[in-house]
Design a protein around this ligand. Structure first.
Ligand code: ZN
Length: 238
């Protein structure tokens, strides 16, 4: 059995209707004001930014999104008994919804399916918070301590969870195959994870529509659409 680590980025979820916010047509690229909503300092300082963030979460694509064929191919790969770990830059929770075990998924940038209190750190489901927004609270506060609530994602200006990061590093060092799927590999730590895996002897396979800075050190680069390329790659690894 070959140990396989799969790093996923925005490209794996675009077929599920979740836009690539940073891409050339992305929301953050077109609208600098939208970027304030995902920047920690603005979010904490300005109630108007928070109200806008809650309205965006209400209308956002994550709650409606369904896993696509690529997410399901990874879940099927795990179900057949293959040692697999998923390291994702996405916050949409679609790997778990597709059926990948919770403990096999590392969410580098957190999850948009939970909220966290910025004061007491208590977590609760996003759906509960959105119900409160629908009921008229435009900036719902923590029920335990009154603190500011935010989605459990890593905003600009926040550090990644060092425990998650440490686990991702050790997976990259120990894996035999490292698939980078739908990631531009421009954002850290995703970029360095691919490099670390290659340096520690993993076979590096990059599946991405656009060239990445790591194509040269990859053993294989696939430009086909993820929905066809990933199931075929995983079949070959069986
Ligand atoms: Zn609290």
């Amino acid at each position: 059995m070959t140990m396989v680590a799969i790093l996923t980025g925005a490209g794996i979820s675009t077929d599920s209707g979740i836009p690539d916010y940073r891409g050339p047509d992305g929301e953050w690229t077109r609208d600098p004001e939208a970027e304030k909503v995902v920047t920690y300092a603005y979010y904490m300082a300005d109630p108007e930014i928070r109200r806008r963030a809650w309205r965006m979460r209400l209308d956002g694509p994550v709650g409606r999104a369904e896993p696509n064929v690529a997410h399901r191919a990874i879940a099927a790969f795990e179900k057949r008994g293959n040692p697999v770990r998923v390291i994702t830059q996405n916050v949409d929770g679609l790997h778990q919804l597709a059926g990948v075990s919770e403990r096999k998924v590392l969410e580098l940038h957190g999850s948009a399916r939970s909220v966290v209190c910025t004061r007491c750190r208590v977590r609760s489901p996003m759906d509960e918070a959105l119900d409160r927004v629908r009921a008229g609270e435009d900036d719902p506060a923590c029920r335990d301590c009154g603190g500011i609530l935010k989605s459990a994602t890593v905003l600009f200006g926040q550090r990644l969870d060092p425990v998650v990061l440490g686990q991702a590093m050790s997976i990259a060092k120990g894996t035999e195959v490292f698939l980078a799927v739908g990631s531009s590999l421009q954002v850290q730590p995703a970029a360095s994870l691919a490099k670390i895996a290659a340096e520690h002897g993993a076979r590096l396979v990059i599946v991405n529509a656009q060239p990445t800075a790591y194509d040269e050190i990859a053993d294989e680069v696939v430009r086909e659409p993820i929905g066809t390329a990933l199931p075929a790659l995983l079949d070959r690894l069986l």
